[in-house]
Design a protein around this ligand. Structure first.
Ligand code: SF4
Length: 88
């Protein structure tokens, strides 16, 4: 939902320590839940997202989820967002 992604962008801009811990766990899953422990096959780079910096979560920096089309720096920081294939 748009509202949830906006909440994720807010947490991207204004750091919340509790949300950052959750985001760290989620991004680790995105980066390792693919075949043989490699990145998820839905972790993709786009023109817009590749310009985004993420100084805390390097494993998802510049990526979006091709399954739901959401930028991951916002998605993993949104309390109500869920992985579309139930990895987190
Ligand atoms: S949110 Fe889920 S489907 Fe999307 S990249 Fe992460 S693990 Fe893959």
């Amino acid at each position: 939902m748009i509202k949830d992604i906006l909440n994720g962008w807010k947490n991207y801009l204004i750091e919340n320590p509790v949300i950052e811990e959750v985001a760290k766990e989620r991004s680790k899953i995105c980066a390792t839940s693919g075949p043989n422990g490699n990145k998820c096959t839905h972790l993709s780079k786009g023109k817009f997202t590749s310009m985004l910096r993420d100084y805390k979560l390097h494993e998802i920096e510049g990526y979006y989820c091709s399954k739901c089309k959401c930028p991951l720096s916002a998605k993993v920081r949104s309390k109500n967002e869920k992985c579309p294939i139930n990895k987190w």
